[in-house]
Write a protein that binds this ligand. Structure first.
Ligand code: EPU
Length: 300
């Protein structure tokens, strides 16, 4: 049996060979994954992981692709996308259990409807619950780790486990899941506070409006670099004169300098080359080393 036949036997979701990744990322770039596999529930994901570990097949999980720069050469091995049951959102008293593939904004809206407060800070950020946990996503108004009670995960050998918040290794825009490649987050449990639904919804709306006014629309991965402690990457990039800089189809946004946009059919190389030029200029002019927030994946 070939790998593709084996994969099709294990999961009931779609299994596609040589699937381009560009449509699965907000930047809209990225070459093909050898195998693109949709896993709809924990049992199938567990069987898939066991199979890949036995056959030593490399893998990675893709969420909403809101923070990924996928190489033009694509990704070797299997790209897993969680679908089906992993998009569920369940309210249980003051707790919300959300599947990794649920949109974080949808979870925040559901919280507002149920008079639950705590996700206003992160509920305005693009991306999936799993992606938001991996990135410890958030805004000045709060980060996802502040309301996360714990997560459920499937290990690289197919074991189903639960991790409490203190095992997640959260720091600014980082978590254990960025370096511990043996885990796939499947569900997150948020512990919320009671609140006034109308006020929470109004708060979310105000932040979304502010975001739309201060951040560019179009193909991007949000902020490209992390804010150095006590500083703003956008301000530093702006101060280094990078606003509007171009490389092929990539451009440094005129609206917010920490957004490197796919303006005109950019390649992943255009975006990376431009980002490296920006990093060098910020280093030379401002004396600061910027650290990537966007995750560069695939074969470079
Ligand atoms: N600024 C400039 N020039 C620019 C951009 C910003 O001078 O081109 C200045 C602003 O005027 C402001 C300061 O820099 O004084 C900070 O800017 P902003 O308020 O836009 O916030 P930020 O620190 O750049 C962070 C997050 C964003 C999040 C916003 C709003 C990081 C790396 N970025 O941006 O997150 O949306 O706060 O809370 O922490 C993302 O996750 O992708 C993202 C964009």
């Amino acid at each position: 049996m070939s790998t593709i036949d084996d994969l099709k036997r294990i999961v009931t979701g779609r299994v596609i060979e040589n699937e381009p990744m560009a449509p699965y990322t907000t930047l809209g770039v990225g070459g093909p994954a050898d195998y693109f596999v949709e896993a709809p529930n924990e049992d199938e994901l567990s069987d898939l992981m066991l199979y890949m570990s036995e056959h030593e097949i490399p893998w990675m999980v893709i969420g909403d692709g809101a923070n990924l720069l996928v190489s033009d050469k694509g990704i070797r091995g299997v790209v897993i996308k969680l679908v089906g049951e992993f998009t569920s959102i369940t309210v249980q008293g003051r707790r919300i259990v959300a599947g990794s593939a649920a949109r974080i904004s949808k979870v925040a809206d559901m919280a507002a409807k149920n008079n639950l407060s705590g996700l206003e800070g992160v509920g305005t950020v693009p991306g999936s619950v799993g992606g938001a946990i991996v990135m410890n996503a958030g805004t000045h108004r709060g980060y996802i780790d502040e309301v996360t009670e714990g997560v459920r995960a499937v290990t690289s050998t197919g074991e189903k486990i639960a991790l409490s918040r203190d095992k997640c290794g959260f720091t600014y825009r980082n978590s254990r899941f960025q370096y511990d490649k043996s885990l796939i987050i499947t569900y997150a449990v948020f512990k919320m506070k009671p609140g006034d639904g109308t006020a929470i919804a109004a708060n979310l709306e105000a932040v979304r409006k502010h975001r739309a006014e201060t951040q560019p629309q179009g193909k991007s991965a949000g902020c490209f670099f992390k804010n150095p402690t006590g500083l703003s990457a956008g301000k530093l990039i702006d101060g280094a004169g990078c606003k509007g800089m171009r490389e092929g189809g990539a451009v440094v946004s005129e609206i917010h300098s920490n957004f490197i946009m796919n303006a005109h059919n950019a390649t992943a190389s255009d975006l990376y080359t431009l980002a490296e030029k920006v990093r060098k200029l910020v280093k030379d002019i401002q004396g600061i080393d910027l650290e990537y927030e966007v995750r560069r994946v695939g074969q470079w």
